[in-house]
Design a protein around this ligand. Structure first.
Ligand code: APR
Length: 170
């Protein structure tokens, strides 16, 4: 039965089968975790992404990790928070579900997610964590380890408060 692990880390440094990128619909890079992943992966990632023709909100696309320690990058486009009545929860859940689907199709056994949509896209962190952990709970038996990769201790504390049984990784 797979573990759900909460860490505070730079996702570009995690040696897992797949890391998930909080991208935008162009898939051509940006700031935040998207920018960090493209910088760490190198120029080949952007060149590969140019061939994908973008990605709608809620969907995911997989690419090699190139210079990253992770073998694969799963790019997903989270919803922009608009108050919660534009199906943001459903679209956010779709990001996690569609990323898990691509990861299982690729044979991945370990996967790490950033807190999708909670930065530039303004999704309230706690609401997003509830959706993320709910979908992770649905999929954890199909992976050896699912990592919620937080970028601050306060984010990690929030995740852990919502999931006391989750492992706390370093
Ligand atoms: N490792 C892990 N998490 C990170 C990292 C990193 N290196 N850098 C940022 N984060 C965290 C942020 O702190 C936030 O909790 O990722 C989460 C998502 O924030 P954003 O990267 O801003 O992503 P999002 O809110 O989904 O907005 C996506 O921002 O960068 C652009 O091109 C991207 O247009 C897209 C939009």
């Amino acid at each position: 039965m797979g573990r759900i692990c909460i860490v505070t880390a730079d996702i570009t440094r995690l040696k897992v089968d797949a890391i998930v990128n909080a991208a935008n619909s162009t898939l051509l890079g940006g700031g935040g975790v998207d920018g960090a992943i493209h910088r760490a992966a190198g120029a080949e990632l952007l060149a590969y992404c140019r061939t994908l023709g973008g990605c709608p909100t809620g969907e995911s696309r997989i690419t090699p990790g190139f210079n990253l320690p992770a073998q694969w990058v799963i790019h997903t486009v989270g919803p922009v928070w608009q108050g919660g009545d534009q199906d943001e929860p459903g679209l956010l859940r779709d990001c996690y579900v569609n990323s898990f689907k691509l990861a299982t199709e690729q044979g991945c056994r370990t996967i790490a997610f950033p807190a999708i949509s909670t930065g530039v896209y303004g999704y309230p962190k706690r609401k997003a964590a509830i959706e993320a952990l709910s979908v992770m709970g649905d999929w954890h038996d199909r992976f050896d380890e699912i990592t919620a990769c937080c970028f601050s201790q306060s984010d990690a504390d929030l995740y852990h408060a919502l999931c006391p049984k989750c492992l706390v990784g370093d």
